[in-house]
Design a protein around this ligand. Structure first.
Ligand SMILES: NC(=O)c1ccc[n+]([C@@H]2O[C@H](COP(=O)([O-])OP(=O)(O)OC[C@H]3O[C@@H](n4cnc5c(N)ncnc54)[C@H](O)[C@@H]3O)[C@@H](O)[C@H]2O)c1
Length: 314
């Protein structure tokens, strides 16, 4: 298959591109290399991807995107480019509008214009926002986002529905639950905590460590994406989560154990835009994709710390 991976210099996109290349697919990456976090990390990821065609292009740039679609006949689109992060959406909402909304619209318009029929795209567990029914089920209503980031992801799901109904574009929107692992994002807790602990600096512990997250290891996510690329044939939304929750405090304890360091902790209140608990119901994902998570959080943290020590903390 020839697959366009948007956001392929990003954390998840890089791992997906690597897995596609390993099984012999042709991979084209579009990524603008945004400076939301260290661009060198993105370049480092790209350097490891032998054989990809890379375009440093903004997905909301219609003309450049049309040119790329006219030059390649894609079998699948794996759309992962986004302005990510809940907290940053309070500071810079316009970037979310531009990339997540206009950018995603541009992808769907290009698919329509150039006859590409199948797309798998990144949504997020944050769409569950103020939902109180736990665990979160993909068929639950999601009308109460509490960040603009979440609202853009919900809009992407609605857009996918429209393009299916009007133009037959088939899609799976994957709601990822707190993804972590080697080559991960420096703005996410595991990377931040590991870095600060190794530097002997205190870590900020929001909500006094009492909120819960369904941490999902990157290889489980990649497997779910690859299965979705294979099976997409209507218009669906699925959870990709580990299916259990860990408190932030427990997560920190596991990192401490792995590093052999007791963290200095700044205990702080909950941050605006954050949800208290994320917890995925993955029954539907199992039915549709035959997917189940395999990596425990203990094992995942071990892999991350070993990568961090080898690559970042040399
Ligand atoms: N990592 C998680 O825990 C998580 C959870 C839920 C959803 N997601 C979603 O999964 C996807 C991938 O996330 P990630 O963790 O790899 O994030 P990431 O920030 O590492 O990757 C996103 C990539 O998109 C690129 N990008 C941003 N704006 C762009 C634009 N306008 N044009 C072209 N490229 C652009 C960035 O340069 C970056 O390399 C995103 O859609 C994100 O919202 C991630």
């Amino acid at each position: 298959m020839k697959v366009l991976v948007t956001g392929g210099a990003g954390f998840i996109g890089f791992h997906v591109a690597k897995a596609l290349l390993a099984r012999g697919d042709e991979v084209v990456i579009v990524d603008k290399l945004s400076d939301y976090y260290d661009v060198e990390l993105k370049k480092g990821r790209l350097n490891m991807l032998e054989g990809v065609t890379f375009y440093q292009v903004d997905i909301s740039d219609k003309e450049s995107m049309e040119k790329i679609f006219s030059e390649h006949k894609f079998d699948r689109i794996c759309h992962l480019a986004a302005q990510a992060g809940v907290r940053y959406s309070l500071e810079n909402p316009y970037e979310y509008e531009k990339t997540n909304n206009l950018g995603t619209l541009t992808i769907f318009e290009c698919m329509k214009k150039f006859g590409v029929e199948k797309i798998v795209f990144a949504s997020s567990s944050s769409v569950y926002g103020g939902n109180t029914k736990i665990p979160f089920c993909a068929d639950d209503r999601v009308d109460t986002p509490i960040s603009l980031y979440a609202a853009t992801k919900k809009y992407n799901e609605l857009m996918a529905h429209v393009y299916y109904k009007l133009f037959g574009i088939q899609s799976i929107g994957l709601r990822f639950f707190t993804v972590y692992g080697p080559w991960g994002r420096p703005d996410l807790s595991l990377y931040k905590f590991t870095k600060l602990m190794l530097e002997g600096k205190p870590i900020d512990v929001y909500n006094h460590g009492d909120h819960r997250r369904d941490f999902t290891y990157i290889t489980d996510i990649v497997r779910g994406i690859l299965l979705s690329l294979e099976k997409v044939n209507d218009c669906d939304v699925l959870n990709l989560g580990c299916g259990n929750t860990v408190t932030l405090m427990k997560f920190i304890e596991l990192i401490e154990k792995e590093l052999g360091i007791v963290a200095q902790k700044n205990m702080l209140p909950m941050q605006k835009g954050d949800v208290h608990t994320t917890f995925a119901d993955v029954k539907k994902t199992k039915e549709v994709l035959g997917w189940e998570p395999e990596v425990s959080v203990e094992e995942g943290i071990k892999h991350f710390v070993s990568w961090y020590k080898e690559y970042v903390n040399k």
